[in-house]
Ligand binder design. Structure first.
Ligand SMILES: Nc1nc2c(ncn2[C@@H]2O[C@H](COP(=O)(O)OP(=O)(O)OP(=O)(O)O)[C@@H](O)[C@H]2O)c(=O)[nH]1
Ligand SMILES: [Mg+2]
Length: 325
């Protein structure tokens, strides 16, 4: 191959199960390259078949270890798996602060597995959109299950809720404070709690605490989050975790909650996409506007306040967009 194929050809590559084409398209979606749009458009009718499972939780609790365990388990029962890991490469954390982080394991000869890491440095909103599109590409490629790893600190946990059909929150024993801080958001996110590192003392107590919290009330649509204890490093509790995920997936189908949940996710995606498009248009419009510098000078001289200047700019952008649209 001398050069990368044009994108519609890349879409054909994905359909033909060409892993190189998939990887290139993922890179392009990750960069928010508008050129990926035509391939995504062509592939969209082929999506909606993969089971998308979010694995989230605080730094270093063992999310990657749980995913490695699930990978082994799923391959042993004949399911193919795509993995998207949104890496916490923020300048503040520099990755896991709690010792050595585990890498996702891949047997290069196994065509039933595809693993992709994505950096989340910088653009927070863009990561959610990119993750969703990458997940969709893995779905279109034909993986049975797509696992999405995100660090659950703040926004990211809500984002995984917008992508996955089942979200697993991984925690560790002695979660006292952690649960207190996460509590408000926990029940919006977790369909399944996985208390990992059960080889450490306190796992039973942590599971008991969670059970008490869960008993306070059912989550969305009447589902009560399941609680599973695991020791991912030893591969213990992983089949049980997969069973709990399966129970939630059956619940979604049997109660009709799935259709509603999907509509909510799509609504969030459309809103995010429109915001992205408008933001792009506005910022490129402003960059080209020769009057911006002059207006900035006036704001700096205290002749115009920032809000009035912003209103003026917004009205110019709207004015430029209005004709013919
Ligand atoms: N004792 C014990 N340690 C574990 C277990 N699972 C994972 N670990 C360890 O916990 C550390 C972090 O594991 P990871 O799987 O990288 O955790 P993570 O949540 O993916 O970490 P980040 O992606 O950096 O947030 C590693 O040193 C693992 O070996 C377990 O079941 N028991
Ligand atoms: Mg990890």
């Amino acid at each position: 191959m001398t050069r990368s194929p044009p994108l519609p050809a890349a879409a054909r590559g994905v359909i033909a199960k060409d892993r190189g084409a998939l990887a290139r398209l993922i890179t392009s979606a990750e960069r928010r390259d508008p050129a990926a749009a035509s391939a995504l458009r062509a592939l969209y009718p082929r999506t909606g078949h993969a089971q998308i499972v979010g694995i989230t939780g605080p730094l270093g609790v063992g999310k990657s270890s749980v995913i490695n365990g699930l990978l082994h388990h799923l391959r042993s029962i004949g399911r193919t798996v795509g993995v998207v890991a949104v890496d916490p490469t923020s300048p503040f954390t520099g990755g896991s602060v709690l010792g050595d982080r585990v890498r996702l394991e891949r047997d290069p000869s196994d065509a039933g597995v595809f693993i992709r890491s994505m950096a989340n440095r910088g653009h927070a909103g863009g990561v959610a959109l990119a993750t969703r599109e990458v997940t969709r590409l893995l779905d279109a490629f034909g993986f049975d299950v797509v696992l999405v790893e995100t660090v659950g600190s703040g926004q990211a946990d809500i984002e995984v809720r917008d992508i996955a059909s089942t979200s697993v929150v991984v925690l560790v024993p002695h979660l006292g404070d952690e649960v207190q801080t996460l509590k408000a958001g926990l029940f919006e996110i977790a369909d399944v709690f996985c208390v990992n590192k059960a080889d450490l003392p306190g796992a039973d107590l942590a599971a008991k605490d969670l059970r008490e919290l869960v008993s306070l009330g059912p989550g969305p649509g009447g589902w009560k989050p399941r609680i599973v204890t695991a020791s991912a490093r030893e591969g213990q509790g992983i089949p049980e975790l997969w069973n709990a995920i399966g129970a939630h997936e059956r619940f979604l189908d049997e109660t009709g909650v799935r259709a509603d949940a999907e509509r909510k996710q799509l609504a969030a995606e459309l809103l995010a996409l429109v915001t992205e498009m408008v933001e792009r248009e506005v910022s490129s419009g402003l960059e080209r506007d020769p009057r911006l510098r002059e207006l900035l000078d006036r704001v700096a001289r205290r002749e115009v306040d920032p809000r009035s200047a912003a209103e003026l700019l917004a009205s110019r952008v709207r004015g430029r967009r209005a004709p013919g649209r």
